[in-house]
Design a protein around this ligand. Structure first.
Ligand code: COA
Length: 695
């Protein structure tokens, strides 16, 4: 018997209908107590003659949003969710789910076990288990194909995407959308089902499907998964719904769920899930209150400035975009307009949303237009003198409560802040292009940045739906600094014996969406070249220089895709291995007396991974990042590090330090001088600043 005073599940009686209410903040996860309470409610309704039907609904912001992820990986406690779902589905009295918020994972599986589903207009359903390295474990893979057909089920299960109410109704997943009072309408539906034969999804046959099309869909899933196991397994298990009886399908589903739960990929994705949320809780800033912001200025309407402005307007903020001169301003306006046109064309947003967002933007010449902004974000040319001159003026023009942010990628935030005359108001806000899409936002904390200015950056990230990573000031912050180490290793591999397409293939096999040389061609080789030239005088001649090949490509005018050639040659958009580049690489190796030898994919991956971890360790040691999880988040959300690996530092932790040390030694060997590997990592471990946050 459940203690009603402590159970998160309670029952209200509405004239023959038992309204079963789950109240387990924050997201009504199916903890053991919730499972037990639900089971008890269904059982007690069975024997209560006054109860003719049941409605399951939730208090708070959402219907059940899934299993309690904090319980994952621990021994499961009874009752298990599949048993709860079974009790619901086999109930002789109708059970209706009343869905609001996000009915996800186990929550949606509870709803699938019910005999009907009523959704709020803004509710969503989904099976996001694959995003945690799992598959649905309580019938989702077996019931959804029976209800919505194989094609829709595969899409929803393998992508983990959320489905809005209108689509759910059109796919037959939800029976109706409530027009007003969700619970009242669900109760009415429940009453209407009393006495009629119940529609149990588990008893339905999976509708016929085009086997060829489904096979093709499976191929797409595998390709998209890029090494992640769960979407592929989810697809395989869902397919069983077509051939196996429910019980057998459920048993296979459960076995796979348990297997994946114990695996490394799920551990890594759970780490990433909590790290995403932990990233905004920065030690030392717990009590810092952000400054209020509604109106934001963006200086510069180039690619980055326009992207930032769009991200802000999309989040409902008022934006004033400033450029010097009418022509630049008009170009910026056109850039924004065409970005919105692309979005409406692709169906991401509709015309009215596009108009509404653009209406929040104003364009002006001259910084004076920013005098009433709460926050100003600079996205002008990457040049210290230009930025300092700008901040000198912004320091005078912006109101005294405004936060001033620089979007510099590499320059010294402290030197920029000093120019403003009000360094406490200055932070770095480093967006990644395209700024309205990429989720990473590095927030650089200058030596004199006030806690509330940094907290304002964090609040902005939340408003924009971005993952904030707070970091100290250094060349390249966290992400670009690690990228430099990554790239150096990739370029060493070229001189030592590999070719660009081999390095790219190795890193794509590792799980990156694109290899480093393909990325470089896409973003253009010239910016990094300009930076190398700028840093040339201060380069340590004792350290092996990585970019000899890149320098020569740039000198030849091969700046990447935009010039039709870079590391590769491009013909009608197709990337082609170019013998000219092969010859150039071989010439450089010969010139520097490097004996070329083939490098296998595993060695390339190991060396690059070790370089990343090693740089990450330095970043931690220097306190540029205060936590390993910040590095993981920067790499996953800014640079395409495969999320199912949990990030480089989590992975290092999982592999264990000794192996990492071995890898780093390998790196030290492969790149000659310039690494300080083992002692640093050992010191970090000893001083208990070890890698990876425990989840
Ligand atoms: N188990 C345990 N805790 C959960 C949880 C779950 N399934 N889902 C969310 N939480 C916690 C979060 O960790 C967060 O806790 P915190 O405030 O201590 O950081 C809190 O609930 C709020 O979540 P958050 O993501 O910050 O809120 P949101 O409103 O932006 O999003 C959800 C809500 C439900 C959409 C989102 O949390 C989500 O997608 N959760 C995972 C759902 C899932 O994968 N379910 C299937 C599990 S197999």
């Amino acid at each position: 018997m459940i203690d009603a005073s402590t159970s998160p599940v309670r029952i209200e009686f509405h004239d023959g209908v038992a309204l079963v209410l789950i109240d387990n903040p924050p997201v009504n996860a199916t903890s053991r107590a919730v499972r037990a309470g639900l089971l008890e409610a269904v059982h007690s309704a069975r024997t209560n003659v006054a109860v003719k039907a049941l409605v399951i609904a939730c208090e708070g912001r959402t219907f059940v949003a899934g299993g309690d992820i904090r319980e994952f990986g621990k021994p499961p406690l009874e009752p298990l969710l599949p048993d709860v779902c079974d009790a619901i589905e086999t109930s002789a009295k109708p059970v209706v789910a009343a869905l609001h918020g996000t009915a996800l994972g186990g929550g949606f599986e509870i709803a699938l076990a019910c005999h009907a589903r009523v959704m709020n207009n803004d509710a969503r359903i989904g099976l996001p288990e694959v995003k945690l390295g799992l598959i649905p474990g309580a019938g989702g893979t077996q019931r959804l194909p029976r209800l919505a057909g194989m094609r829709a089920a595969l899409d929803i299960i393998a992508s983990g995407r959320q489905v809005k109410a209108a689509e759910a109704v059109s796919l037959g997943i939800a029976d109706c959308v409530a027009e007003g009072d969700l619970r009242g309408e669900a109760i009415a539906v429940a009453r209407s089902l009393v006495g009629a034969p119940l529609r149990r999804i588990g008893e339905l046959a999976t509708p016929d499907f085009d086997a060829k099309a489904i096979e093709a869909a499976r191929g797409v899933i595998e390709k998209k998964a890029r090494g992640q196991i769960s979407p592929v397994k989810a697809g395989e298990i869902a397919m069983l719904a077509a051939t196996l009886p429910l019980r057998q399908g459920l048993a296979r589903e459960r076995a796979m769920f348990v297997e994946l739960m114990g695996g490394g990929q799920s551990r890594a994705l759970r780490h990433a899930f909590f790290a995403e949320r932990e990233a905004s809780r920065v030690p030392g800033l717990e009590n810092a209150a952000p400054r209020a912001f509604e109106s934001i200025g963006v200086v510069g309407a180039g690619t980055m400035g326009a992207g930032v402005a769009i991200a802000l307007a999309d989040a409902g903020l008022r934006v004033t975009v400033v450029e010097t001169g009418a022509a630049a301003l008009e170009a910026g306006r056109a850039r924004v307009r065409s970005a919105y046109e692309r979005q409406t064309k692709s169906g991401r947003i509709d015309e009215s949303q596009s108009a509404e967002r653009q209406a929040r933007m104003a364009f002006a010449e001259g910084l004076e237009a920013l005098s009433s902004c709460d926050l100003v974000i600079e996205a002008v040319f990457e040049d210290m003198a230009v930025k300092q001159a700008l901040f000198r003026r912004l320091g005078l023009i912006a109101k005294s409560s405004a936060v001033l942010a620089t979007n510099t990628s590499y320059l010294d935030v402290n030197a920029i802040a000093a120019a403003s005359g009000r360094a406490r108001d200055v932070i770095g806000l480093h967006f990644f292009a395209p700024a309205n899409i990429m989720r990473l936002l590095e927030i650089a904390r200058g030596a004199d940045s006030s806690a509330d200015a940094v907290a304002t950056g964090l609040a902005l990230a939340k408003r924009l739906g971005k993952i904030p990573v707070v970091c100290g000031v250094c060349d390249g912050f966290i992400g670009n600094r690690i990228l430099a180490a990554f790239r150096a290793q990739a370029e060493f591999a070229l001189e030592d014996g590999a070719l660009p397409h081999e390095v790219d293939a190795a890193m794509e096999a590792f799980g990156f969406p694109m290899g480093p040389f393909a990325v470089s061609d896409l973003s253009g080789l010239d910016i990094a070249w300009a930076r190398r030239k700028r840093l040339e005088p201060s380069r340590d001649p004792q350290t092996r220089y990585a970019s000899r090949v890149a320098d020569r490509l740039c000198a030849m005018g091969r700046l990447g895709q935009k010039t039709g050639a870079g590391w590769y040659r491009y013909e009608s958009g197709e990337r082609i291995v170019d013998p000219v580049v092969t010859k150039l690489i071989e010439d450089v190796s010969a010139e520097f007396a490097i004996k070329r030898a083939p490098i296998d994919a595993e060695t390339i991956q190991r060396n690059i991974r070790a370089a990343i971890v090693n740089e990450g360790a330095k970043i931690l040691a220097e306190r540029v990042a205060s936590r390993a999880l910040d590095i993981d988040m920067a790499m996953i959300h800014g640079f395409g590090y495969p999320p199912w690996r949990g990030g480089p530092m989590f992975e290092a932790d999982e592999i264990g330090l000794p192996l990492v040390l071995k890898d780093v030694e390998a790196v030290a060997l492969s790149c000659g001088r310039g690494w300080e590997p083992a002692p640093l990592l050992v010191d970090l471990a000893r001083s208990n600043q070890t890698f990876g946050a425990t989840v």
